[in-house]
Design a protein around this ligand. Structure first.
Ligand SMILES: NC(=O)c1ccc[n+]([C@@H]2O[C@H](COP(=O)([O-])OP(=O)(O)OC[C@H]3O[C@@H](n4cnc5c(N)ncnc54)[C@H](O)[C@@H]3O)[C@@H](O)[C@H]2O)c1
Length: 378
């Protein structure tokens, strides 16, 4: 493979104990941006496709490494094949090197990451519902897969960011909420990384995402890798084939555009600081430029707070139509509220720009322009 294995560095890493390590200068920036190469696992997924696009626009060489299963697409009712291939074709058109590969196959991953300067790891089983139904699939994808990604980064001694989720905090946050007419509320509004994790009801998805974070940290502490886990809030934007399992903003937009009723599980007052995908993609670039190992909440912050019913009302207003909504029982393990305190991520340059209304308008436009890929069934 022509690269050395990073060896254990016994030095104590104060930073992770404190959740954030000090800045590590990246010698790799001595290379020009057009000579840089990033491997994006899950590059054909929603977030991964935005990461690929963002780095291409910055002049990087980009490799997408994705097994193309898109497990949950089968459950959305959209045309699975058409939606699965949409991002592949789009990225190919941007000059991204497309690799069909599985992160559970270490040898293949090692091989395709050789010669890269950075790994952005977005491949995952991301849905809580699927994790209850098939915990083994969740475990092998999220834990074994992330472990392999870390092994590859270690072998090449390159920075790596793991995409985690605010779900690792657990749903005990539900105990600290009040309610307004349209939203759950909390004081203080935003939640920092020092919030205790895994408190409340824990699903296999919580367990696998947290395990992955532990491995990411251990590869920093033992091998001095410039690694981080980004705990993302709800992300939304074009190329998101959201359904009831995952991707609620897109699910609402798609169903509203097609005039189909929307099912809400719980009161509809569940709130998030939704983040537009291009802003999410930029967080990985900012980290590369100023890599400070640790865990980070990545979301829109308090200015991006919106509840499910507020989001549906906004979509209805933009489309100028009344949207039919039905209410179902709350799903077990649901986290009713999360608004990120993003002050730590701001230190390496993260700065979300697109506000919810502007982002939702862009998403609506994209769905309207691409109606034919959905083949939505009621
Ligand atoms: N979308 C959100 O709102 C959100 C919120 C918080 C965290 N996240 C995290 O962001 C990441 C990306 O989520 P997304 O919404 O883009 O999901 P997605 O399902 O659209 O993308 C995941 C991609 O990973 C690929 N993949 C799955 N298993 C693989 C494997 N074994 N090998 C290679 N590729 C594989 C899939 O084919 C898919 O293209 C996940 O880690 C998820 O947990 C997403």
């Amino acid at each position: 493979m022509g690269c050395s294995i990073a060896t254990r560095n016994g030095a104590k890493k104060e930073g992770y104990a404190d959740l954030h390590a000090g800045a590590c200068p990246s010698g790799r920036l001595q290379k020009k941006e057009e000579e840089m190469k990033v491997l994006v696992t899950g590059g054909c997924g929603f977030l991964g496709s935005h990461v690929c696009e963002h780095f291409r626009k910055e002049g990087w060489e980009v490799v997408s490494f994705d097994n193309m299963t898109k497990y949950e697409l089968k459950r959305t009712g959209y045309g699975t094949e058409a939606t699965r291939d949409f991002n592949w074709d789009y990225l190919k058109g941007l000059g991204v090197e497309m690799v069909k590969g599985d992160i559970r196959n270490l040898e293949h991953l090692m091989d395709r990451s050789t010669g890269t300067d950075y790994i952005v790891h977005t491949a995952a089983q991301p849905a809580m519902t699927i994790s209850w139904e098939d915990p083994e699939h969740d475990f092998t994808t999220n834990v074994t897969g992330t472990f392999n990604v870390m092994q590859a980064a270690r072998a090449h001694n390159i920075p790596v960011v793991n995409t985690s989720s605010i779900h690792v905090y657990g749903n005990s946050i539900n105990d600290s909420l009040t309610e307004s007419d349209t939203s759950y509320e909390r004081d203080p509004v935003s939640i920092p990384e020092t919030q205790p994790v895994m408190v409340g009801e824990i699903s296999p998805l919580h367990a696998s995402k947290m395990s992955a974070e532990h491995y990411v940290r251990s590869f920093h502490d033992m091998y001095d890798l410039k690694s981080a886990s980004f705990r993302f809030t709800g992300i939304y934007g074009p190329r998101q084939f959201g359904g009831e399992d995952h991707g609620w903003v897109a699910n609402f937009v798609i169903r509203a555009v097609f005039g189909l009723p929307i099912r809400i599980f719980g009161t509809g007052k569940q709130a998030r600081d939704i983040l537009y995908a291009a802003d999410g993609a930029d967080s990985y670039l900012k980290f590369f430029k100023d890599p400070q190992p640790g865990v980070y909440n990545i979301g829109g912050g308090p200015e991006h707070k919106i509840s499910l019913v507020e989001c549906i009302a906004m979509i209805g207003e933009i489309l100028g139509k009344k949207i039919e909504v039905s209410i179902e029982a709350e799903r077990p393990g649901d986290m009713r509220y999360f608004i990120c305190d993003i002050s730590q991520a701001r230190k390496f340059g993260f700065d979300p720009k697109i506000k919810p209304r502007e982002g939702v308008e862009k998403l609506i436009r994209w769905v309207e322009e691409n109606r034919k890929v959905f083949e939505v069934k009621a």
